[in-house]
Design a protein around this ligand. Structure first.
Ligand SMILES: [Zn+2]
Length: 240
């Protein structure tokens, strides 16, 4: 690992909040993207088989609820697991600090030396940090955790639920609101337009090239709708 320069460390500390806000925003855009693709694929598939508005509404709504709850549950489980392992790491650190304070002081000193401090300065800094709040210092420097800012699994679950729902509402409304002859066209065009937007946003948030991201995103959505429409039309034609 290369040693971070003074400037990098400084930027990192400053961008901590901004970085986590960007992560949330990116997760929200991805959730909405999932909602658009899966619901558009679902309702376009059903529309391939039937013209019945209530069948389209039922399928779309069931898809929206199933998708948003599955996203929320998945997020809850994954964040809870991460939080558990962070808490376990903090508990172990606390135990080590109590049982072998000298070894821990030496460990912190070496970690600070790895970050570019001279032996003397690192010893002094480690001593001061240990005196003020040893656990926090080890959490930050050794584990890269902020003990006061562990992600709340309920917040993450709600964010996924909401963002998926917002995305899913678009194709759902687009398939049930327009008159029968317009449904498919309105749904396909509005979903692809929304996918252009989510593709653009996620590329911008990740500081990546926007055009290939938008193209890939639209192709993925178009493929999903094409495949489900073909399947629905086939089933509709054979009268299953
Ligand atoms: Zn430690």
């Amino acid at each position: 690992m290369t040693e971070p320069t003074k400037d990098e460390t400084h930027d990192e500390a400053h961008n901590g909040t901004l970085g986590s806000r960007l992560n949330w925003l990116r997760a929200a855009v991805l959730g909405a993207n999932d909602g658009i693709v899966s619901t558009a694929g679902l309702v376009v598939g059903v529309a391939g088989a039937t013209d019945d508005r209530s069948a389209l509404l039922t399928a779309g709504l069931a898809g929206l609820l199933a998708g948003s709850m599955s996203m929320a549950a998945g997020e809850y489980v994954s964040v809870s697991t991460q939080r558990d392992s962070e808490k376990a790491a903090l508990a172990q650190e606390k135990r080590e600090l109590k049982e072998q304070p000298e070894a821990e002081l030496e460990e912190l000193t070496e970690l600070l030396q790895d970050r570019g401090l001279t032996r003397d300065v690192a010893m002094e800094a480690a001593a001061q940090l240990t005196e003020r709040d040893a656990l926090r210092a080890h959490a930050r420097v050794e584990l890269n955790i902020d003990p006061d800012d562990l992600t709340n699994p309920w917040h993450a679950a709600w964010a996924s639920f909401l963002s998926f729902t917002v995305g899913a509402l678009l194709p759902l409304l687009a398939i049930v609101l327009p008159p029968a002859g317009w449904r498919l066209g309105v749904t396909v065009v509005s979903s692809l337009a929304a996918l252009l937007l989510t593709g653009w946003s996620s590329a911008r948030l990740g500081a990546a090239d926007t055009r290939p991201a938008m193209l890939r995103n639209v192709m993925g959505g178009a493929l999903a709708m094409g495949v489900t429409y073909a399947a629905g039309a086939l089933l509709g034609a054979v009268g299953v």
